[in-house]
Design a protein around this ligand. Structure first.
Ligand code: HMG
Ligand code: MG
Length: 318
């Protein structure tokens, strides 16, 4: 069993990529079970120990909309923070920002939709009125010295509206960047994009500056799309531990690009990540046991130690 890829550098790729880990947020928000807060804290700690320097930790959304992350305050109050690691949280509105500020959060992410239907389903807003919600959030966050990331969802297609026009994505994304967001993550929420489409979208933004990519793997395109984005010069790639994830308000959204699959490819291409693949696989194996289902990641399946049993004190005691 190979435990690391044979490295052959390919031309035209960045030297280093920042893997923006979304497992604790995008991953756990879509699990049928509510993961106990102490398991979430251990999960975040394990990710930092594996080398992650940015871990999207939770969401300050309405707890009834996403009960899986209703313990955001408790998690932030109790978890350890490693110096040098960023712990952004998702914030939709001013109420969410207030809650995040109470916990000394230094980085937030707002999340917009590129389509009318998903804006209504995910945010209870129209495409236009979502900006009225975000504008004061971003303005106040910047006043407090926070770093703000923005997502655009449904960048490639939407299950209700079909393919999303590239111009519509660019218009939404530009408005978010113009508010002062430092980074814009292009979300393929339902995983329908293909590499040529990715390159065309990045080109339509005028190049990779301030762009990140966020691919769900519903149609098996996430790694190919990531390579296309890297070739366009993108250096921030979102991924989720073991490939868990999805959006509860887009039924066809399955797991994110798996961090381990991404890291195997990047290390094989000689692109630095600062991540320890063995530790990532160990964490996914541990998490799969906590969630009671195997990890969807192919690399975890190949390198993992088989069906793991829960190992936390919590489970041993039970
Ligand atoms: P709404 O019902 O329109 O809220 O929901 P509202 O503004 O009318 O407020 C109603 C009540 O909720 C008020 O309480 C507020 O205080 C309270 P009342 O006065 O009636 O007692 N409230 C809150 N409480 C706690 N925290 C808050 C909050 N906001 C309002 N933040 C809202 C609008 C945006 C809140 C709702 O639609 C929501 O929470 N949506 C979040 C959905 C979500 O989290 N989806 C998953 C994340 S997005 C995603 O996964 C995609 C991504 O990964 C990228 C990709 O893949 O493409 C990022
Ligand atoms: Mg997502």
């Amino acid at each position: 069993m190979m435990r690391e890829p044979y490295m052959v550098r390919a031309a035209g790729l960045p030297e280093r990529v920042t893997v923006y880990e979304v497992g604790p947020r995008d991953g756990l928000q879509n699990e049928p079970m509510v993961v106990p807060v102490e398991v979430k804290a251990e999960f975040v700690a394990r990710l930092a120990a594996a080398g992650h320097r940015v871990i999207e930790t939770t969401s300050f959304v309405h707890p009834k909309w996403v009960p899986q992350l209703a313990d955001a305050s408790e998690l932030l109050a109790g978890m350890e923070r490693v110096p040098g690691v960023r712990y952004p949280v998702l914030v939709p509105n001013e109420r969410g920002l207030d809650r995040a500020l109470e916990h000394g959060v230094q980085e937030i992410a707002v999340f917009a939709s590129a389509t009318e239907t998903f804006a209504r389903k995910n945010l209870n807003r129209t495409l236009e009125s979502q900006f009225e919600m975000f504008e004061p959030v971003v303005a106040r966050a910047l006043e407090h010295g926070l770093k703000v990331r923005a997502y655009v969802s449904m960048c490639f297609g939407d299950p209700w509206e079909g393919p999303t026009p590239i111009g519509q994505v660019v218009a939404v994304g530009r408005r978010l960047l113009d508010l002062g967001c430092a980074e814009l993550s292009l979300g393929d929420t339902v995983g329908v994009g293909t590499p040529g489409h990715v390159a065309a979208l990045i080109g339509a933004f005028g190049g990779p500056s301030r762009l990140a990519v966020h691919f769900h793997d519903t149609y098996g395109q996430a790694l190919a799309n990531t390579l296309a984005a890297l070739r366009e010069g993108v250096t921030v790639v979102d991924a989720s531990t073991g490939g868990i994830g999805g959006c509860p308000y887009a039924e066809s959204a399955t797991g994110n690009l798996a961090t381990e699959d991404l890291v195997w490819m990047l290390h094989g291409l000689g692109v630095e990540t600062g991540l320890n693949l063995e530790s990532l696989v160990e964490t996914s194996t541990w998490l799969a046991a906590e969630l009671g289902r195997p990890s969807p990641s192919r690399v975890v399946q190949a390198m993992g130690t088989g069906p793991a049993r829960p190992t936390t004190d919590r489970n041993v005691k039970e």
